[in-house]
Design a protein around this ligand. Sequence first.
Ligand SMILES: [Zn+2]
Length: 294
Amino acid sequence: MPEAAIPKPPTAIQLLEGLIKTPLYTPVGFDGDAEAQLRALRLTEERFDMYCPGCQAPATWATVPTQEAQELKKRTTLVSAASGSASGMRVYWSGHFSLRATCTRGRHPLILYFQTTGGHLEKSEVKLTKMGQYPSMSDIQMGDLKELGDAMPKELRREFVQAIHTTAHGYSVAACVYYRRVFEKVLDEAKAAHMQAVGMNAWPEYVAAKTPERIKMLADQLPEFMVDNAALYSILSEGVHQLTEEQCAEVLPLLRESIEMILMERKAKSDKAKKAAKLSSLIAKFPNSRPTGG
Ligand SMILES: [Zn+2]
């Protein structure tokens, strides 16, 4: 199973945000004292921003320590008060437990279930595995699609949704394939637009060219980010052909954000064109806008 990348050492809220985006059944290792980090994670009372599938909008979420975590905290205090010498009374923050948060707007719940593995004593080897989550990682990440709106024609949307689903289930190489398809579709679309603009029926030079050259040939049509970062395509291809599941899992967050960047730029361009067309038609209707002939 691939291991997920979470900033090291993370704050409790960074750890939680990372865990929400980590696929199910993917063990996450700790950097430093695992028990201390588990304690902080289970007791954290903080806010964070994330899309809420219940509200169908970005929302602020507040973490809520579970009853069980609060009981454990009380027992830790009792153990400390008794100078902590009684080893039989030691409190463990590992094991199986849940984490909860509530959307502050609509009171929608977020629930995550975990199991730690690797033994209590060799703390450096303890790993945390997410066994369940509601709402699912897919439902949360679909929120970004909503914001991308017009920039996502049906075909692109389908590939992007598949990338999100496969990521959520830990199929990282498959997710790379879908992100590469999004990239290729944006490229195909730019090619079609260019050919139409210059009245071309065939473009043999393009067909013969490799992808990095194709990107250069279409520089005027493509999102700037895509042109400036043509190397993205080689990462996508490497992911599909050479990288292991683990290596792919590591680059997926970067791929996802890069593809989103491309789609956002595409959307901004299309929004600008639509607004310009709308304003032009309003200006044309204005009586004074007609040529007066002198
Ligand atoms: Zn909500």
